[in-house]
Design a protein around this ligand. Structure first.
Ligand SMILES: NC(=O)c1ccc[n+]([C@@H]2O[C@H](COP(=O)([O-])OP(=O)(O)OC[C@H]3O[C@@H](n4cnc5c(N)ncnc54)[C@H](OP(=O)(O)O)[C@@H]3O)[C@@H](O)[C@H]2O)c1
Length: 367
């Protein structure tokens, strides 16, 4: 008997549409290998939803364009109930604040949640706790491996170590693909900071407004997610963030001013580069020190021969220090952004939940 899993996908942008392609490509494989049949009976963007009870097929884009209709969350819940769809997973491939407010109603109506969206884990601790209370009460899972390091196995590794009682003492690393790229090139090449920043923007590595990367807030959010994962109940304002922006070039400038003033960044970063010790490079890192109970986002000067000093391209690199591993951290390195690796990470979360559903169904069949 196969185990049919019904996935409602919110967001069909970069990550969501790649997820549909990856899943449709591997659908038969999952069925043959694990007896798990994954399908998307509902897919949505911010305003429209397309309903196809047996799951969308390869021509989903044309079908969506032709037949998608306006929706509210209540319509989604009503549809799955009327169609008697069970084994439900809601996938959040959006960056929406509003959708996060629907997580608890979705859980209460039978959904597990998989999120690429970081917002639920970075809101106030009260919401974080309330969400987890509901997950426990309704016996549902919430997985979000792609919140830190995209497809890299960062969150699972950290939460497995923590669950096994390992004493994690420190987590530090480069958590931003765009800032990794900028400082990796800045350390190797004789180019100005603004010239590399502009190339990163052109290559689509930064957010549409690169001040969001330079502010350090995105790195801080990832650090907060990891802190909470190991039971450190921090809030966003507890994070000490050293921004890469300047007193005279920051979020207060208009977009137009920012666009023509990036050269202001050149002098301070040239000085920072030149005043380092020999064979050192600049890295913008997040550091969670669990002994000192501090969370910091900062620019540091690293010896070139270290793991952090050697990273290339737009890679992320995360060091996990624990009592058993002593002075030699576990190191996780690789592409920390991109739609293909992120969608694959979301798919892994879906499969983990599906395996659990399968186990529960097999147990209840035996009883
Ligand atoms: N791309 C990456 O490399 C990467 C890596 C790690 C994590 N992530 C995270 O993954 C998420 C998606 O990223 P992306 O690059 O795929 O974004 P994207 O291309 O901008 O797509 C976002 C999608 O979400 C939809 N949406 C927005 N609000 C919605 C709502 N309330 N209900 C349902 N759908 C809604 C949008 O619909 P409209 O078109 O109608 O606005 C669009 O289809 C983000 O949270 C991002 O931070 C991305």
């Amino acid at each position: 008997m196969s185990h049919r899993i019904n996935i409602v996908l919110f967001g069909i942008g970069n990550v969501g549409s790649t997820l549909i392609s990856q899943l449709l490509e591997s659908q038969q494989l999952f069925l043959e290998r694990s007896n798990i049949e994954l399908r998307f009976p509902i897919i949505t963007n911010s305003t429209l939803a397309f309903f196809e009870k047996d799951g969308v097929k390869n021509q989903w884009e044309a079908n969506f364009a032709q037949s998608a209709i306006p929706f509210r969350i209540e319509d989604i819940i009503e549809y799955v109930q009327n169609q008697e769809l069970d084994n439900l997973i809601a996938v959040d491939a959006t960056a929406s604040k509003e959708l996060v407010q629907s997580y608890i109603p979705l859980i209460q109506n039978g959904f597990h949640i998989v999120a690429a969206n970081k917002i639920a884990n970075t809101l106030h601790g009260d919401f974080y706790a309330e969400l987890r209370r509901n997950l426990k009460k309704f016996d549902k899972q919430f997985l979000y491996e792609t919140n830190v390091g995209a497809g890299l196995p960062v969150i699972n590794t950290i939460s497995d170590l923590h669950a096994a009682g390992e004493n994690i003492t420190k987590i530090r690393g480069v958590f931003s693909g765009s800032l990794s790229y900028i400082f990796n090139r800045f350390g190797q090449e004789d180019l100005t900071f603004s010239a590399i920043l502009k190339e990163a923007e052109k290559a689509g590595l930064t957010e549409p407004d690169s001040r969001e990367d330079l502010s350090g807030n995105d790195v801080a959010r990832k650090l907060l997610i990891l802190a909470r994962e190991v039971g450190f109940n921090a809030e966003f304002p507890d994070i000490k963030i050293t921004t890469l922006l300047l007193p005279n070039l920051n979020e207060k400038n208009t977009k137009a001013q920012y666009a023509i003033s990036k050269e202001l960044l050149d002098k301070p970063y040239r000085i920072a580069k030149l005043t380092q010790p020999e064979e050192h490079v600049l890295r913008y890192i997040g550091e969670l020190d669990l002994k000192e109970k501090t969370l910091e986002v900062k620019l540091v000067s690293e010896p070139r021969h270290t793991a952090l000093g050697q990273i290339k391209g737009a890679d992320n690199l995360i060091e996990i220090y624990t009592q058993s591993y002593g002075e030699h951290p576990i190191v996780i390195q690789g592409a920390g952004a991109g739609k293909a690796v992120t969608a694959r990470g979301v798919l892994s979360d879906i499969l983990r939940i599906s395996e659990n559903i399968k186990r529960q169904e097999s147990v209840s069949l035996k009883v």
